[in-house]
Design a protein around this ligand. Structure first.
Ligand code: C5P
Length: 255
């Protein structure tokens, strides 16, 4: 991948500032493009087409399972930031060891399940410290789950209550942010403050097709709700002109 990916210098800017990218005027600090494809070649094509319009790419379980860590190394070597979204959830020792390996790969953000326990979260955060710019994000409640699903696994109350409870545990144990839908973002900001990242998927540019996402928000709505970062996949990766689409989204974020 590095041979064909022109490098994108981003001048040492870090997510790990007090404002987690919110204070910097460049909206690219807040846009994450999801590489939900099965091959490094497909990923490379998207990254090249997006060009300078995005700095950060999300590698999730599909691409990682298909291509392994080399795809991450190549993105990092080309100057891109990587959000490694493997949603670790295991015993603390195992999660800590996995996070240590992710840190060695040079990723900038990764995910763990908040439901994995305070001890597991602390193990993840501790292991991430070798790479100070690495942000550990906690998954709260998957948006595919509703109140009925939660009740069946013994979690009473609304989805929002569970999100708030899990986010509180995550932040109390050192995580620097959470992944959550824009629906819950404003309550998290109101109750937990603004010193942490909120990464929000399910974003669709105004006027675009919704696909299989059930609840979607526009980039401007996500930012207004308190998101520090938005994750956008198919609207950019499947666009005829991914760079133009990314630019349009950046424009909508600044509004
Ligand atoms: O293509 P699209 O913009 O829908 O991609 C959204 C990305 O965010 C995908 O990688 C998807 O797995 C992820 N995601 C999501 N909804 C969540 C959590 C993650 O769509 N609740």
């Amino acid at each position: 991948m590095p041979s064909t990916l022109p490098s994108t210098p981003h001048g040492g800017l870090s997510y790990r500032s007090d404002s987690y990218g919110q204070g910097n005027g460049d909206p690219r600090q807040r846009l994450i493009v999801a590489l939900d494809v099965s091959t490094a070649a497909a990923a490379q094509k998207i990254v090249a087409a997006v060009g300078d319009s995005a700095l950060t790419y999300k590698v999730g379980m599909q691409l990682y399972t298909a291509e392994g860590p080399q795809v991450v190394r190549d993105l990092v070597a080309s100057g891109r930031r990587v959000f490694l979204d493997l949603k670790y959830h295991d015993i603390p020792n195992t999660v800590g060891a996995a996070v240590a390996e992710a840190a060695k790969l040079g990723v900038s953000m990764l995910t763990v399940h908040a439901a994995g326990s305070a001890r597991m979260l602390r193990a993840a955060v501790e292991a991430a410290k070798v790479r100070p710019e690495l942000i550990v994000l906690a998954i709260t409640v998957l948006t595919s789950m509703d109140e009925n699903d939660l009740e069946k696994i013994g979690l009473r109350g609304t989805v929002e209550d569970s999100v708030l409870r899990l986010a509180t545990i995550a932040l109390a144990n050192g995580c620097q942010g959470v992944v959550t839908s824009a629906r819950e973002a404003s309550r998290l900001r109101a109750e937990l403050g603004d010193k942490f990242a909120i990464v929000t998927p399910g974003v669709r540019p105004a006027g675009s097709s919704v696909g299989d996402q059930v609840r979607v928000v526009t980039p401007a709505e996500a930012i207004a709700a308190g998101a520090s970062h938005i994750v956008v996949g198919r609207p950019i990766t499947e666009a005829a002109d991914p760079a133009a689409e990314a630019q349009a989204i950046l424009g909508q974020m600044n509004r």
